[in-house]
Design a protein around this ligand. Structure first.
Ligand SMILES: Cc1ncc(COP(=O)(O)O)c(C=O)c1O
Length: 359
């Protein structure tokens, strides 16, 4: 039976990528040595990092003044590194609160300086993206979470910071490489790899050159972006294997037509699924239509007498795995990142239809 993994992250990866990873774990580049045993100072590994960095630049069409970095500590470490590096002493930053991850980013920023919540959808359990923003005149940057993995909302249009010298900072952990966007609107982008890029263990940070080395405060070496720009992400032992898998995933993306093609496919997959949920009397999606995510689709039973566990077991028996919704929303969540084929979404739609007949 074909298995489809709808996990929100770590998430499914293309099978070609998994095959390349299993080969590299035994014998990298016909060297007779596993990639996991190789020094990060070896030519092979340095070439790998150069290749992965080049792919990020090409796929995202990065202007020349942006540095891709391969860091550790997850997107969660970026919640701290961003304000530590970018926020002046006595400065203020705007944050849009759109769910648990942005709330965590806000908490860390508050340990460093002042936060202005310029918009929040907390009062409606984060079922939409706030539109009427009240930004602070003195804010250094405006932080957003471009896709809200738990609540299934996504910025379909990015907000514009109030001042021209201000810039967007985005946590793109769950939608990077899923669609085309203009990087030049952003001062900094960060994303944990484990949804659309590869396995956990590496975080991609893309920082604009003029934001490197601002020196607002004394920073520990590892927490300073300047260290990682200067040392090309090799200040300490980097997560080589994770970067390898990311490089393979980006290769796969390139081979499949890049961002324009994947964006079209992602929209098609999501629209099909939303159409089924919207037209099925037994289920509904709690997210406002215009803000729905193309990556994470939450849905719940219309009638609370129905049994979530029974539906999950029905799906499981048909090879549809990890569909349980996050506890903050309940019900179900289908994460349909780049690597989820349309046939997986079709199988889910068929299963929803089949189950609906027996309710
Ligand atoms: C949008 C978003 N931001 C941040 C995180 C946290 O990432 P990490 O576990 O890499 O710290 C997640 C994890 O699911 C996420 O979905």
């Amino acid at each position: 039976m074909k298995i489809f993994n709808f996990s929100a992250g770590p998430a499914c990866l293309p099978s070609d990528v998994l095959k390349a990873a299993s080969k590299a774990s035994l014998d990298y580049n016909n060297s007779g040595i596993s990639l996991m045993e190789m020094s990060h100072r070896s030519i092979d590994v340095m070439n790998l990092f150069d290749e992965a960095t080049k792919r990020v630049k090409e796929l995202l069409n990065l202007p020349s003044n942006y540095h891709p970095l391969w860091l550790q500590g997850g997107a969660s470490s970026q919640f701290s590194m961003v304000p530590l590096n970018l926020l002046p002493i006595d400065g203020v930053a705007d944050y849009i609160e759109t769910g648990s991850w942005s709330t965590k980013a806000i908490k860390e920023c508050r340990l460093v300086g002042d936060v202005n919540i310029s918009g929040t959808s907390k009062e409606t359990n984060f079922n939409h993206i706030p539109k009427n923003l009240s930004q602070n005149q003195n804010s250094s940057y405006l932080h957003i979470t471009s896709n809200n993995t738990i609540y299934g909302t996504q910025f379909q249009k990015f907000p514009i910071p109030l001042k021209t010298e201000s810039y967007l900072v985005a946590d793109m952990s769950s939608d990077i490489f899923s669609r085309k966007f203009d990087v030049s609107k952003f001062g900094l982008i960060y994303a944990g790899a484990q949804k659309n890029m590869g396995p956990a263990g590496v975080t991609l940070v893309i920082i604009r050159d003029d934001l490197v080395g601002l020196n607002h405060r004394k920073l520990h070496t590892m927490l300073n972006y300047e260290t990682h720009v200067e040392k090309k992400s090799m200040f300490n032992t980097p997560p080589v294997f994770s970067v390898f898998v990311v490089n393979e995933t980006l290769k796969w993306l390139e081979k499949n037509g890049g961002l324009m093609k994947i964006e079209k496919a992602n929209i098609q997959k999501a629209q099909k699924l939303y159409n089924e949920i919207d037209s099925n009397e037994h289920f509904y999606c709690p997210v406002e239509k215009e803000d729905r995510s193309y990556m994470n689709v939450p849905f719940v039973f219309s009638n609370s007498n129905n049994n979530d566990a029974d539906f999950l077991s029905f799906c499981d028996k048909r090879g549809l795995k990890t569909l349980k919704g996050h506890r903050s929303v309940g019900g179900f969540r289908a994460s349909i990142y780049n690597a989820m084929p349309e046939s997986g979404v079709d199988a889910l739609i068929d299963t929803i239809k089949e189950y609906s007949k027996k309710i």
